[in-house]
Ligand binder design. Structure first.
Ligand code: SAM
Ligand code: SF4
Ligand code: SF4
Length: 336
């Protein structure tokens, strides 16, 4: 097992398969154009699979495919088939905006995908369009229910809550998920990347989200899955499912963070708020032996000291926090 400088093991690998996206969510990539990764720099499925096998040898047992929007990467099911045959991966998951899900779900399931997270911030079609700028809620819901009828389970719905935008949608989303057997995950709005104009006034805290839900439904805290998951989970006491809240801003979980990220162009990134990545692609394309890649990853992880969210909370509490002080890698590049 591989440990970092704060005794955190490497367990969870988030792989961004593309930095492109068919949406322009206001909290993630509000601009039309970014500095896109050149096509020839994008890792091939074979390169990703080779790296994934090495990460598994180092302790990773969970892989999430993300982006950008992973379903805009052509033939993604071929990668899923390769990854799902790696021994040692206990959990392979995909996070998607759902726009292309209805067309893709059959191929994804056949390739071995078992579960999925779909991002839906509101059930109002007009507001959905305002938040995503390019999204069609009907199409996303079609994908969500196609995934359900094709037997993907559990299906989690992710919603980023932003004050004045969709904080009045919390209960609708909870009711919708309870009625249809989905798990709701509310995510505190974070200052990811450099373009989303985050301010603490736009944040709706876990405490507030919880108060709004508990005013309607009785909840019992279950805790974090495996003690290290980003989400704190609660079950409805009437037995009708559960809801989770990811409180990166108000209750940071850096002390248990076991997540590594691989960007679409093969950089190893050790924190969602990192400014730099470590170039695995350059190494990989120099035709190294597996041992050399293994040593490179281990060397990076052993030195890891990231605890950005914990530092942000300390700075917020002393009113000295300015998100612009650090130039971060965009979330679409490093994978949410
Ligand atoms: N495109 C896919 C999607 O939207 O599900 C996968 C990539 S997206 C970057 C992964 C997750 O990050 C989504 O659930 C999204 O809502 C979340 N996210 C993006 N920007 C965020 C922000 N500023 N604060 C909190 N979560 C954010
Ligand atoms: Fe695209 Fe997902 Fe970011 Fe929205 S959250 S812009 S769907 S990558
Ligand atoms: Fe992990 Fe960085 Fe998030 Fe802390 S801020 S939980 S170290 S990804």
């Amino acid at each position: 097992m591989l440990w970092d400088a704060y005794n955190r093991p490497i367990k969870d690998l988030r792989i961004s398969v593309t930095d492109r996206c068919n949406f322009r969510c206001i909290y993630c990539m509000p601009h039309d154009e970014y500095e896109w990764i050149d096509k020839k720099e994008i890792l091939t499925f074979e390169e990703i699979t080779r790296l994934a096998k090495l990460f598994v040898q180092l302790g990773v047992n969970k892989i999430r495919l993300t982006g950008g929007e992973p379903l805009v990467r052509r033939n993604l099911e071929l990668l899923i088939a390769q990854l799902s045959s790696i021994e040692g991966i206990k959990d392979l998951c995909l996070t998607t905006n759902g726009a292309l899900l209805a067309d893709k779900v059959e191929a994804l399931k056949t390739a071995g995908l078992k579960r999925i997270n779909v991002s839906i911030d509101t059930l109002s079609p007009e507001k959905f369009r305002q938040i995503t700028k390019r999204g069609d809620l009907t199409k996303v819901l079609e994908g969500l229910f196609a995934a359900k009828s094709r037997g993907l389970h559990p299906i989690k719905i992710n919603a980023v809550i932003e004050r004045g935008v969709n904080d009045d949608d919390i209960l609708d989303l909870v009711e919708f998920s309870r009625e249809n057997g989905f798990s709701m995950r509310f995510i505190e709005y974070m200052d990811v990347g450099n373009t989303n104009s985050w301010t603490s006034e736009k944040l709706v805290s876990k405490k507030e989200i919880l108060e709004r839900i508990s005013a309607r439904f009785a909840l019992r805290e279950v805790g974090r899955e495996n003690g290290s998951a980003p989400s704190v989970d609660y079950e409805f006491t009437d037995g009708r499912g559960e809801v989770g809240i990811v409180a990166s801003v108000t209750e940071p979980f850096c002390s248990a963070c076991n997540r590594a990220r691989l960007t679409a162009d093969g950089k190893l990134v050790t924190c969602l708020f990192s400014s730099v990545g470590h170039d695995l692609k350059a190494l990989l394309r120099g035709e190294p032996r597996d041992e050399e890649i293994f040593e490179f990853i281990a060397g990076v992880w052993k030195k890891r000291q990231d605890r950005y969210s914990a530092e942000r909370l300390e700075a917020l509490q002393s009113s000295s926090y300015d998100p612009k002080n650090r130039k971060k890698i965009e979330m679409i590049t490093l994978g949410g």
